[in-house]
Design a protein around this ligand. Structure first.
Ligand SMILES: Nc1ncnc2c1ncn2[C@@H]1O[C@H](COP(=O)(O)OP(=O)(O)O)[C@@H](O)[C@H]1O
Ligand SMILES: [Mg+2]
Length: 329
């Protein structure tokens, strides 16, 4: 782990026990996250990308302390969130905030904008009254919301405005890390772009780190410094955003990219788009987990497990067939 990491995951595993069936003797698990090692540097934006069900939200929930890891470690600003004394963990955890996908349901309908945004600032021991109000006004201004909205409630706002309120709330406790779980997936495309621009500006102005979770490669492309591609609970490829998206090395990343519809039909790739479905994390395939859907699989892929290996500076891939150095590098 680099000394500058605000978040470091080491071999993180989160297994969910399934309800025991009447005829099943042994306990079964959903291997939602199965050995994730990754870090986020200060002021860095890391995108965790992959299809629905690959374990992205479970990683986020573990980082937020909402789901207990089965094994592995989570370090926040160098604090081991399983081992450190309670007070130290509490302090490190307080600097991590989240913005969820659905703006309307993540904001309490009965609270005013003022109270929603003031709440985290209050629990961080900030003074009440006028100074709290001016802090809230300043935050609304930062996220581009008209300050005359102060006493309105969430239902009076559009989806994009609600997401701005959620961002203001996240900023209220001066976080060093904000987890964004599909922050723009519920918004219209034009609103999406404005929210992403706002988030990028916040990173630049405040040096906040983001763990950006998205199934949308275009969102990762426009915001992230690095991407980690997840498949069935594991990272299969990671590296600088431009490198991974312009020259993906893992067949899964290639397929994900090919499935993004390009606005320009002459630019659309003829590569095979993903067939079949994501297998269940209860009985993940043997060998490489992607092999049943991989157009390039060979014998080794179905029986020999494969872990991430570094192929060039800052780039890693978990594929038996990936070249030692990236093509064209
Ligand atoms: N509380 C839970 N109990 C059992 N299985 C779960 C639970 N939460 C998530 N899962 C399973 O873990 C896998 C990963 O889910 P999730 O992290 O939500 O994926 P993503 O956010 O990438 O769509 C899915 O198969 C999901 O059904
Ligand atoms: Mg999710």
């Amino acid at each position: 782990m680099s000394r500058d990491s605000v978040l470091a995951l080491q071999d993180l595993c989160v297994y969910f026990p399934l309800k025991r069936g009447a005829f099943r003797r042994s306990r079964q698990f959903a291997y939602a996250v199965d050995g994730v090692t990754e870090s986020v540097g200060r002021g860095e934006i890391l995108a965790l990308v992959g299809e629905s069900g690959c374990g992205k939200t479970t990683v986020a929930r573990a980082v937020l302390g909402l789901t207990k890891p089965t094994s592995g470690s989570i370090m926040l600003q160098g604090v081991d969130m399983a081992q450190a004394p309670h007070k130290v963990r509490q302090e490190a955890g307080a600097g991590v905030q989240v913005v969820f996908q659905d703006p309307a349901s993540s904001l309490s309908p009965r609270m005013t904008v003022h109270d929603i945004v003031a709440e985290p600032a209050r629990t961080r021991g900030r003074p009440d009254g006028e100074s709290l109000k001016s802090k809230v006004l300043e935050l609304l201004d930062t996220v581009g919301l008209d300050t005359q909205h102060l006493w309105r409630r969430p239902h009076e706002f559009s989806g994009g405005q609600c997401q701005r309120i959620a961002i203001a709330r996240a900023l209220a406790s001066d976080p060093y890390l904000v987890v964004l779980d599909e922050p723009t997936s519920a918004l219209d495309v034009s609103v999406q772009a404005r929210i992403l621009t706002l988030l990028s500006a916040l990173r630049d102005a405040r040096g906040i780190s983001f763990l950006l979770i998205t199934h949308d490669l275009a969102v990762a492309q426009c915001m992230a410094d690095r991407v980690a591609v997840m498949y069935l609970g594991r990272i299969v490829e990671k590296g600088p955003t431009h490198a991974v998206l312009s020259n993906p090395l893992h067949p899964y990343s290639v397929a994900l990219l090919a499935s993004v519809p390009s606005p320009d039909p002459t630019q659309r790739s003829g590569a095979a788009v993903l067939g079949g479905e994501v297998p269940s994390p209860v009985n993940p395939p043997t060998g490489c987990r992607f092999h049943p859907r991989c157009p390039q699989r060979t014998d080794i892929c179905s029986h020999t497990d494969v872990r991430l290996r570094e192929v060039s500076d800052g780039r890693s891939v978990a594929c038996h067939l990936a070249p030692e150095t990236p093509v064209g590098a």
